[in-house]
Write a protein of this length. Structure first.
Length: 269
């Protein structure tokens, strides 16, 4: 999930101030770079999986974890409907098809032992709030892509999976998409573009940069592209990872480290 955290922090500066220059030249980090709700909810899902993977009640555990982390970092930048769900301690979903389901799903792609399990767990993590079919589809497409990437699948395999299994159109190149592209926080209007940013990359950094370069929902799309790129390219380059982790609060940093230690030891072992 570190790739998602990096993407979130890098893109945070450009979420409402779209990048004007080339994708190669903007600074990855600045004084204004910060983690947002994307990071908080990604870690919340990871914490729920760490505590409840393979056990009954994961759906409720994800809700509890999202409530706990969300209320601790209440100013992280949540959407209006999610903020209301959070602050009212609601437990029922609100039929969202926003890209929040896709930006927080990366831990699922790492814990799953099969593509089918990745899709099932992705649906569980999405449906606590984003139970609209498009919200679930966005989460499943990203989690499935991560699972395939860490399992050694090539770009072509991932492209076929996303297009054939989930029906997303990945035929348009980024340069064409960027013309006239605007901020879009829906799964159907942002997840395919973020996956395309990964598909057109040659390394982890390029995937994140190109997602920001789209001039859309920069932090979330960079989090999605970064989460797949981390799995595909064998991790996050150490200097970038170090810079991102240094921007996390102590508790978030500790949760992130605990997740990676648990993952190394073999979930469900």
């Amino acid at each position: 999930m570190l790739g998602a955290i990096v993407g979130d922090i890098v893109g945070s500066v450009y979420e409402f101030r779209p990048l004007e220059g080339d994708w190669e030249n903007f600074p990855l980090f600045s004084e204004k770079s910060r983690f947002t709700d994307d990071t908080v909810m990604t870690i919340a899902v990871a914490e729920a999986l760490r505590r409840g993977y393979g056990k009954d009640g994961l759906h409720d555990l994800i809700i509890d974890s999202m409530h706990t982390f969300g209320r601790q970092w209440l100013t992280a930048g949540y959407g209006q409907k999610f903020y209301r769900w959070l602050t009212r301690r609601q437990r029922d979903p609100y039929n969202s098809f926003g890209n929040g389901s896709a930006m927080r799903v990366s831990p699922v792609g790492w814990v799953a032992k099969s593509l089918e399990e990745a899709e099932r767990l992705a649906a569980t993590s999405a449906a606590v709030t984003h139970n609209h079919p498009e919200g679930i589809k966005g989460a499943q497409a990203v989690a499935g892509a991560i699972f395939l990437a860490r399992s050694g699948a090539g770009r072509g395999d991932i492209l076929r999976y996303v297009t054939e299994q989930h029906g997303y159109d990945l035929s348009r190149p980024l340069a064409e998409i960027r013309v006239g592209y605007r901020f879009d926080e829906t799964c159907q209007g942002s997840v395919p573009e973020a996956i395309t940013a990964f598909l057109e990359s040659r390394d982890f950094e390029e995937a994140v940069r190109k997602a920001v370069w789209l001039r859309g929902d920069a932090d979330t799309q960079a989090a999605i592209a970064g989460s797949i790129a981390e799995a595909f390219y064998g991790g996050v380059p150490e200097p970038i990872a170090t810079e991102a982790l240094a921007r996390l609060d102590k508790e978030l940093h500790e949760s992130c480290l605990a997740w990676h230690l648990w993952l190394r030891n073999g979930p469900g072992a």
